[in-house]
Design a binder for this molecule. Sequence first.
Ligand SMILES: NC(=O)c1ccc[n+]([C@@H]2O[C@H](COP(=O)([O-])OP(=O)(O)OC[C@H]3O[C@@H](n4cnc5c(N)ncnc54)[C@H](O)[C@@H]3O)[C@@H](O)[C@H]2O)c1
Length: 370
Amino acid sequence: MIIGVPKEIKNNENRVGVTPAGVVELVRNGHTVYVQATAGEGSGFPDDMYAQAGATILPSIEEVYGIAEMIIKVKEPIESEYNLIKEDQLLFTYFHFASHEPLTNAMIERKAVCLSYETVERADRSLPLLVPMSEVAGRMSIQQGAKYLEKPLKGRGILLGGVPGVRPAKVMILGGGIVGTNAAKMAAGMGADVTILDTNLARLRYLDDIMPANVNTFMSNEYNIRELLPTHDLIIGAVLIPGAKAPRLITREMLKEMRPGTVVVDVAVDQGGCIETCKPTTHENPTFIIDDVVHYCVANMPGAVPYTSTLALTNATLPYAIQLANKGWKKACSDSEELKKGLNVVQGKVVYKGVAEAFNLEYTEVNSVL
Ligand SMILES: NC(=O)c1ccc[n+]([C@@H]2O[C@H](COP(=O)([O-])OP(=O)(O)OC[C@H]3O[C@@H](n4cnc5c(N)ncnc54)[C@H](O)[C@@H]3O)[C@@H](O)[C@H]2O)c1
């Protein structure tokens, strides 16, 4: 198959859809890979690494879309890319269709085959192509939180791990899923006093078993959250209710119970946030302060660490990309329920129920397009 890897042109996106190591694997499987010039630069992979791996470098995005049967990228195509997409071309990337009507309509019109990373789903309902970014964001939340606790950045001026003779900071993590667990590991490793709250008792039992001694678990409810707020220095928002807005666990009025300089990192900001005062920020301007509480609410945290994020993402996507390239999308999706769940818009038809419902579009059963 002919595979194209365009450069991401969405604002501040430095990741790339395939690494040089991925090119080697695809070429070994008999495929031809075209990479747009400088596509990997933001992630630390210059063109000559791709060329050595066996890819051909093309100077323009038009040439990459023009030649490829399958496009592998990271973010959804932006408006200037719509007209480059060809009928029957397979696009393997994040789309997040249900929150983007113009994109959905454009992909229907282009009659492309859109396989979305975010809806590839395992039998246990886990989302293998979302997990790596949650791992990155979870780990990064502590790194950022520790930084914003510093006095010059308007925090309380407390060192996360303390020092001998001085207590460490207290970290409260709302949600013990992928983000929360990765945050807890980092905070615990730095020596903080960590509490994870979740509504899922089975999950709390599991975390209690595997986490080190400086991590405690606590049932998530309003009473318990109010009890912890006045004594905690760093609060991580990491809750998720699949398919719904994040629950508001900390209201504006509750901010008054926190000490000045407390830092809140609301990772769940992409689902509306679990802190009422949260609103999305960017890496250029990541924080704002309300009632002396520092809010960090960057909606695309992994974007700041493109080297790690690209490798983490492509570790997860490459095995699927190889299946798609080796078998073609129809056979690959017929053989794999996981991949089939990734199909959203196929040759002008909406085959993912959530997307059809979001915009009142006609829904076509996915098996009928295979
Ligand atoms: N900002 C970013 O850059 C970024 C990056 C990756 C993920 N995220 C977001 O982070 C959030 C968490 O993702 P995840 O992968 O960890 O999800 P997950 O499904 O693995 O974990 C969510 C956890 O929240 C728990 N939960 C639900 N309601 C709760 C409540 N009321 N109180 C406490 N816990 C509750 C669930 O039981 C679950 O354990 C999502 O909104 C995701 O989109 C953001």
